[in-house]
Design a protein around this ligand. Structure first.
Ligand code: AMZ
Length: 246
């Protein structure tokens, strides 16, 4: 089995590292005055081997985006060679995808595109490789949400996963929106069922709030876990999770 990764989330909004409750723009539960580059450095220093970077302005399709900041993080000395990056949010065009991949981002994350422009994912997976393409399935009550989680579609997670595999995605990110940002723990049953229904590696996010949650995600067969709010609110100690998941 491949290495299990514990991945800190760096969600960017207007140049700041933030955490939202259940992805709602107006529900900011954490916003750091610290430069996100410093935050990225801190996680890598504490042993992170991968960072999960989301451009929320991109996901919400705002006028602005955080690409310059993402570029600075990708090119910083403490990230290069030390940690891999997975980046998502607003990757809806070929040019944006290529720009990020050429920056050295290890894998780019497509969300909305899996339902709206699957050809884009196919093209990127065939020109680069499946390993560099991750598809995010952001799930609310079993159905896939898109467009910054503002639209819940009728598509069930398992069907979207099949479509993602067909387009050439090499991995999946499964986020349970129903528990995301609440810091009340995961819903293990939903995770176990999803992971066992697909054949490509799955990273889990949403609600992860304790070492036990991390262990259960691992036991479910996922290849990694993304932690956000619980890290920034001090509910989880990153070093402790890293040690216990070794
Ligand atoms: O918090 C949100 N409202 C949110 C979020 N975290 N909306 C989208 N995203 C993330 C998804 C995925 O990783 O989990 O952005 C990515 C998808 O963005 P897009 O623009 O491709 O749908």
């Amino acid at each position: 089995m491949e290495k299990f990764e514990v991945i800190p989330a760096i969600d960017l909004r207007d140049g700041r590292c933030v955490q939202l409750r259940q992805g709602k723009k107006e529900a900011v539960i954490f916003s750091s005055a610290e430069n996100p580059i410093e935050i990225a450095r801190k996680w890598v220093m504490l042993g992170a081997t991968r960072l999960h970077i989301i451009d929320l302005d991109g996901a919400f399709q705002e006028e602005k985006n955080n690409f310059e900041l993402i570029k600075d993080i990708a090119e910083s000395n403490w990230v290069k060679g030390e940690a891999k990056l997975q980046v998502g949010g607003g990757i809806r065009s070929y040019e944006t995808a290529v720009m990020l991949l050429e920056l050295g981002v290890d894998r780019i994350i497509f969300g909305t595109a899996v339902l709206k422009s699957p050809h884009l994912i196919e093209r990127i997976a065939s020109e680069f490789s499946s390993e560099r393409v991750m598809v995010a399935l952001d799930v609310r009550k079993g159905k896939v949400a898109i467009d910054g989680w503002r639209e819940t579609t009728r598509v069930v997670a398992k069907d979207a996963a099949k479509e993602a595999e067909r387009t050439g995605a090499g991995s999946l990110l499964f986020t349970n929106i129903d528990v995301e940002g609440l810091m009340k723990g995961i819903e293990p049953g939903i995770i176990e069922e999803f992971v066992s229904s697909v054949s490509i590696p799955v990273v889990i996010s949403g609600g992860v709030s304790s070492v036990e949650d991390v262990m259960r995600v691992r036991e479910a067969g996922a290849c990694g876990v993304v932690i956000g709010s619980a890290l920034y609110k001090g509910k989880i100690d990153f070093k402790e999770v890293m040690e216990s998941s070794r």
